[in-house]
Structures are given as C-alpha cells and as structure tokens.
Write a protein that binds this ligand. Sequence first.
Ligand SMILES: Nc1ncnc2c1ncn2[C@@H]1O[C@H](COP(=O)(O)OP(=O)(O)OP(=O)(O)O)[C@@H](O)[C@H]1O
Ligand SMILES: [Mg+2]
Length: 256
Amino acid sequence: MLDRNKQTNTGVKSSEVIRFHNVCLTIDNTQLIDNINCVIHQKGKIVVMGPNGAGKSLFLRLLAGLLKPTSGNIICAPNFCRQDTLPDISMVFQKPVLLRRSTHANVAYVLQRQNLSKTDLSSKIADALIDARLDQKALTQARRLSGGEQQRLALARALVVKPKILLLDEVTANLDPASTHIVETMLHEAAAEGTKIVFITHDVRQAKRIADEILFIHQGRVIAHNPAREFFRDPGSNEAQAYLDGRVPNQQMKEM
Ligand SMILES: Nc1ncnc2c1ncn2[C@@H]1O[C@H](COP(=O)(O)OP(=O)(O)OP(=O)(O)O)[C@@H](O)[C@H]1O
Ligand SMILES: [Mg+2]
C-alpha cells in the first residue's frame, strides 16, 4: 500500500490523481481561467457548480487534457494517463457524441483495444447495456435512440472501460426524471467501484444527491472547494450564496 500522503516525484501525493497549480487560460486576450489551484483526489464525486459562463466547461476540458493552460501546470499522478490510448479519463458531454452504428457496436468500439476474448467482450457489453437499461435496444442504430437513451449509451460507453476519472458536463440537462435516476445510479455504482466522478450541473437538488465535494467556479476562479454538506450549510461567499438563491451576486432586495 502507498502512504496516502507520500509525495511522488511529480509533486502529486499518492491519494491524488490531478493537481492544478496556478492554472490560467487566456484566449484572444481574455483571461477565462484565473489562477486555479485545486486537487482532485482519487475517491468520491465532485460536483462543479457556478453561473453560466463561469468557466466550468473550460475547467473540465483542461482536466481532460483537451485544452492546455496558458500558464501554470496540471500535474498528473505518475500512473495516470490522459492519452486516449489508455483511457484513464472518459468524458461525456451534454449532447451525446455517438458513432453511426448500433447501440451494441458503440460499446464494442471502445473495448476493441483491450484484446478481450469473445466471451468477455460479449459479457462486458451486455452488462453495460443492462446497467444503462438499453439491453432491449442493442441492435437499434444509436442515432435512432431517443435523446435520453443516447445519453445513457454515451455514459455506458464511457464507463465500460472503467476510467479512473469520469468527467460529465451537464449530461442530464435534457433528461426526464427516470433517465436522470438511471444515470445517477450508474454514477453511484461507478464511484463505488473506484471511478472518480467530476460532474457539472446547475441542478442544486441533484448536486445534493450526488456530491461528496462541491467545487464552485465564478468568473474563472475556484472560490469554494468543500465537502458538500459544508458548502450547502455555508457556501462561504456572496457569489455562491447568490447562485444557490437564484439571484445576481451583490444585488440586494430593495425594501418597498
Ligand atoms: N474557445 C473559446 N474562445 C473564446 N472564449 C471562450 C471559448 N470557450 C469558452 N469561452 C468563454 O469562456 C467563458 C467560460 O465558458 P464555459 O463554457 O467554461 O462556461 P460554463 O461555466 O461552462 O457555462 P455554462 O453554465 O453556460 O455551460 C465564457 O464566457 C465563454 O464565452
Ligand atoms: Mg458549460
């Protein structure tokens, strides 16, 4: 067993998977991410919250390695790979991105690099489709699935490779309560099996259901990163309180 607090030669402790150190992102002379310092630990579910345009999706793309910081560093644990040859990170977007193939073939596609036996491949795909309640739609073309079914397929495909981190950007924004419940169950099960979940949502009730930690972003800065219970008891800033109350920060209700 590794010492939880042992520092590795990359500067990342063994309980951590990724560390942001003074991360900034500037595009077209606009600073969109402003000096983020935070640590993503191996265990648990982080919910990322913050107003529209705060920088949540950019943060997720930096985490995934899809964007490079303009300054600062994103340091990964030594046994952690952000390249797509070894998918330690999977990402699911609000609008599912699927192949023009059947539901079954979409899941099979991401497993092809694993050189599984036919039996293992079939059983992994079958389990993934059952978890996503898509086993009855295995032969349906992915593009013919409903929006919610497509999103469950995107999630099944992301999870079947057992990533170390799963990044989700408002994946239930267009889903009905039943599909949302299926997705949340899949996430809880994945987290219990050791996948780190980083989940963006604007749904406060959903955040309370899912989150172990809340990371609150405002104007490109992380202004809270706390255990969820603590955050919801005391968000710790006018900006976060205003967000939870559904009002613009600093806007006081005028006495009539
Ligand atoms: N490629 C880009 N070039 C220029 N500006 C960008 C680019 N991508 C994002 N932005 C800007 O960066 C800011 C943060 O964008 P981001 O998509 O991360 O917001 P968000 O917190 O995910 O918001 P939402 O809740 O609306 O999804 C926005 O003002 C956006 O216009
Ligand atoms: Mg976004």
